[in-house]
Design a protein around this ligand. Sequence first.
Ligand code: 13P
Length: 251
Amino acid sequence: MRKKIVAGNWKMNTTVPEGVELAKAVVAKSAEVPADVTLIVATPFTHLCPVAAVVEGTRVALSAENCADKEKGAYTGEVSAAMLASAGCKYTILGHSERRQYYGETDEKLVEKTRLALANGLDVILCVGENLDEREAGRHFDVCEAQIKNVLFNFSAEELKHIVIAYEPVWAIGTGKTATAAQAEEIHAFIRKTVAGKFGAEAAEEVSILYGGSCKPSNAKELFAEKDIDGGLIGGAALKADDFIGIAVSF
Ligand code: 13P
């Protein structure tokens, strides 16, 4: 049985005290969520240590939003996978479209980042997804397939067990425009088929594929009811504990 996961990506929001309060509120409400749902909060680097102290010993796991593509050394401003693990992270998000779009994150760099994250004991939430032009040109399948092949196919079936895929259509992120459940399911099933082509049907069945893009309590149920949608990567709605938990109870 693959894992059901609801992960909050806080992006560049909240000060440290605000983030600590948000994490406390998520922990306080987490008992409302069915026990088989994994809850994750992905915070800015500055928040990781204090939030780690809040979530320690609870069912809420800590994630970073990114990590360096180098192991260590003279890379000013970067944060390594080993540092994240030592700060209490269990996961890191990698390849978010905002990093691809604004910070020149390439598939090549993502291979290195994923390799280092896994080597340091982190599980990876690997994001893929097409932008509006690509969707309108009917290229969404090709774009997601290429992103999956360029990154994921460099890893073994054993490593795949530590990777979660997040499908986030760029046109649905922060726009209030959600993919319909049918649109999302179509791509999720396609991604699973692509994974199966390399790793086999059994391994593909075990991979959790999350949907991200204007997911909220009012639409989560419909999305999560789809066969290949195993949860969500939540942006805006993760900044309010009520909404985040409201999504997580939607399975
Ligand atoms: P929103 O939920 O704000 O659309 O963001 C989704 C996202 O990018 C999560 O990583």
